[in-house]
Design a protein around this ligand. Structure first.
Ligand SMILES: Nc1ncnc2c1ncn2[C@@H]1O[C@H](COP(=O)(O)OP(=O)(O)OP(=O)(O)O)[C@@H](O)[C@H]1O
Length: 710
């Protein structure tokens, strides 16, 4: 009978536990999926939040960790609260009522007193684990930073034989970390012993005593004892079990603060992660100043927090009115670095622009500003809706998925079909970019691979151009995205882009690309004066930018033009450099301008007919070195050759001035010297190459090596 009643009681108990566990798991996965979806909505949208989070924010440069680890921890800690609070609370209420009945008010008061004292005692002896763990995490972060610094700079460290120094500095933080971790472990050990004593071991003793007290308090009355012994034993037994379950429930409840502490840690993390996402969405940067000096040096126009961000996204063209290009500082209240002086630049539909300038001057930064990755700090930016403009950066991006996905990215196959495209269209596009062999080689358009590793740089760049031809936007900004493609294929691509009415803005220093463009935006010519802002100082509605007064609407695209652009020989302009210098003699040369203004820029119309003439001339030279690597040859030689041809054109011109002629003669002599030096270098390389070939012939390779090489 006893066994039967035990079974009857234990079956629902077991199932109740399983049910609670089941509910916990369901709750945890439901919270996780909702939270993750919410985060995706927040971060993966058209507002560049992921970029801002990764590049322009210091707190969460590794959002992966939050998504993979912290959210899972948070969800399971939250769902565990169900069993750790609800369950013991129900037990406490039910058992407490019964105990109150059995033991009377005094017994209940004694229990309450005991637990109040225990609780206060535990509170007193609990070390500040939160603070300690926080400190440990900071030291650990520092240690990891030290280590990644070593990994990132391994080459420099080896050159400087700095291994001992690095070992010492990183072992210092490791030592600190070990010491703190050990003391946390020791403290926790002592605390757990005290806690178990108070929560697990002392309460049952008190429980037994209190539970038995009503049954045995009149033990002296033998008669009564005799007649009521059975009842007394039953009461004793039931009180004892009641007390044990009651103590167990209180114990479980007393562990809840630990659970809550765990939960509060991850809640804090997730909350500030979401808060950062929302703040970045609104371009609000809550990071505080680091010292009062920073406020004094602050120039609000140049900070992320003070950026004006006046952007219109429904313009049929691209128009920058007084927009400087500024490299943002990661601290939102610090001034960014001004790369380029405020631009007044308009790209109308059908006008193709070539953007040129020395390395590191800010060409790609211009792309980042127009695309919105970096904010428009000042002035007004007008651009087409996002469907009408495409940005192709210098680093080719290959998504996860099939070969088809690479071409149609960011569209999916269903959208492609919905838009009326077929696989045959894609094959046609691949033909244009000279990748017609790719589907067969890679196993068809459905083949899924890690494309970043499978494709060469040239193929990746061609895929990005294929993407452009698939989407056919009205405008495209191409940032040196054909640098690995041969000139002949590049020519086909540019011609095709123009034939399908894509207005191109190409960032490149490849001179021959001028052939496919109508205008040039030249950044950072050191010998030219800056934008002529002094001439507009008197205008009433001029803008005050860094202490300069700038006319908000000067005539665009024709600030001033020059006849020759010093080093690369682009021609087709109206005035000589000398005339310009005279015209702006009141303005200090750029090199003496405060660097905070950024580099100057100018625009000009290209005389493509003349450039075509140059190209014919330059191609005559190429066969001389036709054994060199084609790409290098064209790149290296053509810039000098174009220059020579442009200069000879000027010198033959009937209007050429005598001093110009002298200058050009000197320049021709210099370039001839460069040319002969390069020929010499080339000869040396060829000799070396044939030596290597001879040496290779003598190496006997075994079959395995040959197979591996093949
Ligand atoms: N994310 C970044 N963090 C720090 N500095 C940057 C960042 N992006 C650009 N810069 C700096 O801004 C300046 C301009 O860079 P940008 O890439 O725009 O030059 P660029 O003219 O395109 O040069 P290149 O032709 O070499 O690509 C450089 O000094 C570069 O170091």
């Amino acid at each position: 009978m006893a066994l039967f009643s035990h079974l009857i009681l234990s079956i629902p108990l077991t199932y109740t536990k399983s049910l609670i566990h089941y509910l916990e798991s369901i709750l945890s996965s439901a919270i996780r999926s909702r939270l993750t979806n919410y985060i995706y909505e927040l971060f993966l949208n058209n507002e560049n939040i992921t970029f801002k989070l990764a590049k322009m924010n210091r707190a969460y440069n590794n959002p992966d960790k939050v998504l993979k680890g912290d959210i899972t921890k948070f969800c399971s800690a939250l769902s565990l609260l169900l069993s750790s609070i609800v369950n013991p609370t129900i037990d406490l209420v039910a058992l407490g009522t019964q105990i109150n009945k059995n033991l009377g008010v005094n017994g209940s008061a004694l229990i309450a007193l005991f637990y109040t004292v225990s609780f206060l005692f535990l509170k007193k002896i609990t070390p500040s684990f939160e603070k300690l763990i926080d400190t440990r995490d900071r030291i650990e972060k520092r240690y990891k930073l030290d280590y990644s610094h070593i990994a990132a700079n391994s080459e420099e460290i080896s050159f400087n034989s700095g291994e001992d120094f690095e070992k010492l500095s990183s072992s210092k933080s490791l030592h600190k970390l070990f010491k703190l971790s050990q003391s946390i472990i020791k403290m926790r050990f002592k605390y757990v012993i005290a806690e178990n004593m108070v929560v697990k071991y002392i309460p049952p003793v008190i429980g037994y005593f209190l539970g038995s007290y009503p049954s045995f308090k009149d033990l002296g009355n033998l008669e009564a004892n005799y007649s009521f012994s059975a009842i007394r034993m039953r009461n004793y037994s039931s009180n004892r079990w009641l007390m044990l379950y009651f103590i167990d429930a209180i114990g479980r409840l007393m562990y809840t603060p630990n659970r809550l502490m765990e939960l509060s840690g991850s809640t804090d993390l997730i909350f500030s992660f979401l808060q950062t996402g929302h703040a970045l969405r609104k371009d609000y940067y809550p990071e505080p100043f680091e010292s009062s000096d920073d406020i004094a040096n602050l120039n609000k126009d140049l900070t992320l927090a003070g950026a004006r961000r006046v952007v219109y996204q429904n313009f049929n063209g691209i128009k920058l009115t007084c927009v400087p290009i500024i490299l943002p500082s990661l601290n939102p209240y610090y001034s960014g670095k001004v790369l380029i002086q405020p631009l007044f630049w308009t790209v109308n539909p059908g006008e193709n622009w070539l953007v040129k300038g020395p390395a590191g001057i800010g060409k790609s930064s211009l792309l980042k500003t127009i695309s919105g990755l970096w904010p428009t700090f000042f002035g007004i930016l007008k651009k087409p809706p996002s469907d009408d403009i495409m940005y192709i950066p210098s680093q080719s991006y290959m998504c996860m998925g099939s070969l088809r996905d690479q071409i149609i990215y960011p569209h999916g196959q269903s959208l492609m079909i919905k838009n009326g495209h077929t696989d045959d269209d894609l094959l046609e596009i691949l033909k244009i970019v000279s990748l017609d062999y790719l589907p067969e080689k890679e196993g068809g358009l459905n083949s899924i691979k890690n494309w970043s590793n499978s494709l060469t740089d040239e193929e990746s760049q061609k895929i990005c151009m294929a993407r452009l031809f698939y989407h056919r936007p009205k405008f495209a900004i191409l940032d040196e995205c054909t640098s690995a493609v041969s000139y002949s294929v590049e020519e086909i691509m540019y011609k095709h882009a123009k034939s399908i009415d894509i207005t191109l803005i190409t960032i490149s220093n490849r001179n021959h690309l001028a052939l496919y463009h109508d205008f040039v935006l030249r950044l950072g010519d050191s010998h030219l004066p800056p934008i002529p802002n002094s001439s507009v100082e008197s205008l009433n509605n001029s803008l005050n930018y860094l202490g300069l007064r700038i006319n908000p609407q000067p005539s665009t695209n024709k600030l001033y033009t020059i006849h020759e652009w010093s080093s690369d020989g682009l021609i087709g302009l109206d005035e000589t450099e000398k005339t310009i210098r005279n015209k702006f003699s009141d303005i200090a040369p750029t090199t003496q301008l405060p660097t905070k203004l950024g580099v100057p820029w100018h625009t000009a119309k290209l005389n493509t007919a003349f450039l075509g003439h140059q190209k014919v001339q330059s191609s005559n030279y190429i066969p001389i070195e036709n054994n060199l690597d084609e790409h290098l040859t064209n790149n290296e030689w053509s810039s000098d050759i174009i220059h020579i041809s442009s200069i000879s054109h000027i010198s033959n011109s009937s209007t050429a001035k005598e001093d110009n002629f002298e200058n050009n003669k000197a320049e021709i002599a210099r370039l001839s010297r460069v040319l002969s030096e390069r020929r010499h270098l080339y000869q040396m390389s060829r000799t070396r190459l044939s030596e290597i070939n001879n040496a290779l012939d003598k190496v006997i390779l075994d079959q395995r090596t040959i197979d591996a090489l093949e």
